[in-house]
Design a binder for this molecule. Structure first.
Ligand SMILES: Nc1ncnc2c1ncn2[C@@H]1O[C@H](COP(=O)(O)OP(=O)(O)O)[C@@H](O)[C@H]1O
Ligand SMILES: Cc1ncc(C[n+]2csc(CCOP(=O)(O)OP(=O)(O)O)c2C)c(N)n1
Ligand SMILES: [Mg+2]
Length: 330
């Protein structure tokens, strides 16, 4: 190791692959084993799937497109928030199928100049998201480590079904069914505005809350498995209410009507921040992504599950939409 650098300045280039792996293993110590599990260290891991089938999905977060280490507003991320958010969004996809997470496999590509502390915080963020979001049974099963010009991360998550999976397409005709939602909405978009502000400024409590929602989202993980057998279709909201409600509706050959009163009620919470950032809070609620709430389709004859809001309904009538309804990478 170079004698010239302090622990804070050390980079992964000084550690080498084996050293980085050791560091990562250390940062999520205690998360790599469980009964019946063969964890990191072999060519692949072995994870129990008691139902005979399991749920699996991948989501990536790349520097410059999903996160920055240093935002224009002066807000910085040690790596912890990136790890947290990467885990959160993958666990959210599991919950949106009505499943309980079983494992996450982590891919990390980064420049040689990446601080060692970034990697340690990244690993800690993943483990802590699993713990505090209510998925402490999740095993960190391993991953992959490579070099790249900027940091590129992804997680492949697996989960076990509690019963049948909840798909985007319902088994029955859902015309006139209610659209229900649980979780945050508009909060991450407000936080994105705060983080992106071109210069540092004093942040008020509501802005710090929004920032936290953007950097470390809190998907309502327990709600997905809880509504199995109750809702007819479901997905999580990563891109925006409008984009994702339209996707859910289209998967059922329908259109999504979103209640303007619900939008205004949600937007009212962001009135002050929106004013400060010369933004439209309604727009944050409808077109902002990254809150990872759940959107589901419910038979109007059924009781609204606790913690969910009715936000609209499915209809055969096409709906008016703004030109841009949400996030699109391309
Ligand atoms: N590179 C890929 N190869 C194959 N399928 C993909 C790829 N990228 C995305 N998909 C699939 O396309 C669908 C939509 O992806 P995405 O919009 O990322 O979903 P989500 O919002 O749930 O993360 C998913 O079923 C996903 O598995
Ligand atoms: C540096 C930076 N620029 C822009 C954004 C905003 N942003 C990036 S991805 C995204 C939405 C969802 O991401 P995606 O990768 O499409 O998730 P998926 O649909 O696959 O779950 C948003 C609003 C951000 N988080 N960070
Ligand atoms: Mg995806």
């Amino acid at each position: 190791m170079a004698a010239t650098s302090t622990p804070q300045q050390r980079t992964v280039g000084e550690l080498g692959e084996a050293g980085i792996l050791e560091l990562l293993r250390d940062s999520y110590r205690g998360w790599t084993t469980a009964p019946g599990v063969i964890g990191p260290g072999d060519d692949a891991a072995v994870i129990p799937a008691p139902g005979g089938k399991f749920v699996i999905a991948t989501d990536a977060m790349n520097e410059g497109h999903h996160f920055l280490r240093s935002w224009p507003s002066g807000v910085t991320d040690t790596g912890y928030s990136t790890g947290w958010k990467l885990a959160a969004q993958n666990l959210s996809d599991m919950s949106a199928m009505g499943a309980v997470p079983s494992a996450v496999s982590i891919s990390l590509a980064m420049p040689k100049t990446t601080p060692v502390s970034w990697v340690a915080h990244f690993g800690r963020g993943i483990a802590n998201a699993c713990r505090w979001l209510g998925a402490p049974q999740t095993v960190i099963s391993g991953g992959d480590l490579t070099r790249a010009e900027t940091i590129a991360t992804s997680i492949t998550a697996t989960a076990n079904l509690v019963d049948q999976p909840i798909l985007r397409t319902a088994a029955e005709d859902v015309t006139g069914y209610q659209l229900i939602h649980t979780g945050n909405v508009g909060l991450a978009a407000a936080g994105f505005a705060v983080a992106s502000h071109p210069e540092p400024r004093h942040l008020y409590h509501a802005e710090i809350r929004a920032l936290r929602g953007f950097l470390r989202p809190r998907p309502p993980l327990s709600q997905g498995p809880k509504v199995v057998g109750k809702v007819s279709a479901m997905m999580d909201v990563s891109d925006s209410i409008l984009t994702d409600a339209d996707r859910l509706a289209a998967a059922n050959g329908l259109h999504a009507h979103i209640d303007p009163d619900w939008t205004s009620r949600k937007a009212a919470k962001f009135a002050e921040i929106a004013q400060r950032y010369e933004a439209d809070a309604n727009h944050w609620v409808l077109t902002g992504g990254e809150d990872y709430g759940l959107l589901a389709v419910l038979d109007p004859a059924l009781e609204i599950p606790a913690g969910w809001d009715v936000i609209g309904y499915l209809t055969t009538e096409p709906q008016q939409r703004p030109e841009v309804t949400g996030w699109d990478h391309f």
